[in-house]
Write a protein that binds this ligand. Structure first.
Ligand code: HEC
Ligand code: HEC
Ligand code: HEC
Ligand code: HEC
Length: 111
């Protein structure tokens, strides 16, 4: 039941993406890019950012999956970080890659 629900959301996300004609254009702000799907409500409830970021984190995961389901840059951070800790969506553009050195000082890089 839960999986079917998630699949329906995922399918809806993909359809929205396809029919918005949204190609990922480097240079576009990452929040604005997402707002092209369902407006600010793609991530925020009632046009208001939540105080702790938990609501927004849920929205990221409803389309992209959890950290544990992603690649090796993401997996180790399950239960430790939210997406926005690395992807500051209002401050970066599509195509920008977060770095590791913001938090790890041992020279590790994204795989
Ligand atoms: C991709 C998801 C996403 C979309 C779409 C999005 N936001 Fe956000 N927004 C976030 C996240 C995550 C934060 C908290 C972390 C941050 O500041 O980057 C945030 C923070 C904010 C803040 C607080 C900023 C601050 O500096 O404290 C405001 C205000 C805001 N968003 C307004 C909007 C408006 C208005 C829109 C639509 C034009 C929008 N957001 C679209 C994810 C999104
Ligand atoms: C520890 C920091 C970190 C966190 C937390 C994080 N990301 Fe990332 N993310 C990265 C890095 C680094 C890359 C670029 C990897 C590369 O070089 O391809 C990336 C790339 C991506 C991409 C592009 C993938 C691709 O194949 O090009 C998506 C989508 C993404 N992240 C979504 C998310 C979502 C959704 C979350 C939360 C569930 C999240 N990220 C949390 C660091 C992070
Ligand atoms: C309504 C569904 C939806 C939500 C909610 C959503 N995304 Fe996305 N996001 C997409 C789609 C679709 C793409 C384009 C295809 C892809 O790269 O996966 C995308 C692309 C991305 C990319 C890749 C951009 C690049 O440079 O290649 C990142 C990073 C990302 N999203 C992070 C986030 C974060 C962080 C949140 C929550 C704050 C979030 N997304 C919320 C659907 C969503
Ligand atoms: C926003 C801060 C932040 C960023 C950016 C970040 N990490 Fe982490 N990372 C953490 C935290 C917090 C932990 C959990 C505490 C710990 O084990 O050190 C962690 C743990 C890890 C671990 C498991 C423990 C260890 O130290 O080996 C790996 C592997 C890892 N991160 C890889 C990366 C990679 C690769 C990048 C760049 C793509 C990255 N991290 C970017 C905060 C971050």
């Amino acid at each position: 039941m839960k999986n079917q629900y998630l699949y329906a959301i995922f399918a809806a996300c993909l359809m929205t993406f396809v029919f918005s004609g949204g190609a990922l254009a480097a240079g576009e702000n990452l929040a604005d890019y997402h707002a092209g799907m369902n407006g600010c409500e793609s991530c925020h409830a009632n046009e208001e950012p939540s105080a702790d970021g938990a609501y927004e984190f849920e929205q990221c995961q409803s389309c992209h999956g959890s950290l544990a389901e992603m690649d090796d840059n993401h997996k180790p951070h399950e239960g430790m970080l939210m997406c926005a800790d690395c992807h500051a969506v209002h401050d970066v553009n599509v195509g920008d890659k977060p770095t590791c050195e913001a938090c790890h000082d041992d020279g590790r890089i994204a795989k």
